[in-house]
Write a protein that binds this ligand. Structure first.
Ligand code: SF4
Length: 313
């Protein structure tokens, strides 16, 4: 299924998720902190996953099942992988805007920003978040584990061109991982690069859900504050994405589908899942059945159970 939620987002209010890459994870990176697991085959080839009209139809069907309390603030491309690998992304953004008159957001890992066509398609989105974890070659390789066909210099050049042309709301996101990209030189160079982009907000985040590599750690509160200060000192409006989003997830009345759709891109925390089941008038047996059939799996991270889509069947 393509549309899910809406789910509460720290940046976008109520965000109706659009997963344009559904069947298997397709990404150009295999980030050490990825919340949907390791990338089995990294890809940089843009391909068609859905007919754009079919994608919009699916969003419409989902939208019609939502109650008034869950009217979304944004339609957000947040995929099971990298949304710009979808060759129909530009057309889908246009069709969604024409159909719903709700702002469209895209959260991208930036790896295809060297591609002029991708940049042109994103110009039509209302809200864009670009991942910039590090601009230092060695650190970038360590944290994002890129497809060998991606060149960091060209990506950064593409980001700068896009930032010059883009008229919508531009943001960056930097995930901070202890002993990987939290050293002074990486933070200094990354913040210096972001300061040239004139972004509305640069977000600093830490892993808050079970990561692909279990050994990684979020940086300490003290170091987050230091990083925030370094960004601020360069004149960047900076916010920290370190809190929990809340449990107010949208629902359609089909607990089985809703859990599968959300967990494809976004692990569900135990309290959010409980709240969702209550609204769906369903019990834990739905979850147990999904686990038994190996559609989802349970993981534990920092005091909470998380439920994650299991793609390795
Ligand atoms: S975090 Fe995003 S960019 Fe990184 S591997 Fe996961 S899906 Fe891909």
């Amino acid at each position: 299924m393509i549309a899910f939620g809406p789910i509460p987002s720290r940046r976008l209010g109520l965000s109706l998720g659009i997963n344009n890459i559904v069947a298997r994870k397709v990404c150009s990176f295999s980030c050490i902190y990825c919340q949907i697991g390791k990338t089995v085959n990294r890809s940089i080839i843009r391909e068609a996953f859905y007919q754009p009209e079919k994608l919009v139809e699916n969003v419409k069907n989902h939208f019609n099942k939502l109650d008034a309390d869950h009217a979304p603030d944004y339609l957000t491309f947040v995929s099971n992988g990298e949304p710009t690998l979808d060759i129909n992304l530009g057309k889908e953004i246009s069709l969604l805007k024409e159909t719903f008159h709700i702002p469209v957001a895209v959260i991208t890992n930036s790896s295809l920003m060297s591609n002029q066509q991708v940049r042109e398609e994103l110009l039509n989105a209302d809200w864009v978040s670009l991942k910039v974890d590090s601009v230092e070659q060695e650190t970038w390789e360590k944290i994002n584990r890129h497809h060998p066909g991606i060149n960091l210099e060209k990506v950064l050049e593409g980001i700068e061109i896009f930032a010059e042309q883009y008229k919508g709301r531009l943001h960056t996101e930097t995930m901070l991982v202890e002993d990987v990209n939290d050293h002074h030189s990486s933070i200094d160079a990354t913040s210096a690069f972001i300061s040239k982009l004139n972004v509305e907000t640069a977000y600093l985040s830490i892993p808050t859900r079970p990561p692909a590599e279990k050994t990684i750690k979020a940086i300490s509160t003290e170091n987050i504050t230091k990083t925030w200060q370094m960004y601020q000192a360069k004149g960047i409006h900076t916010e920290m994405l370190t809190g929990f989003e809340g449990t107010n997830t949208g629902f359609t009345g089909n607990a089985f589908d809703d859990i599968l759709n959300i967990t494809s891109v976004h692990p569900l925390r135990d309290d959010t899942l409980k709240e969702l089941l209550k609204k769906e008038k369903a019990g834990m047996e739905v979850v147990e059945s999904l686990i038994y059939q190996r559609y989802i799996k349970k993981d534990h991270f920092e005091g909470h159970d998380y439920y994650i889509r299991n793609f390795h069947l």
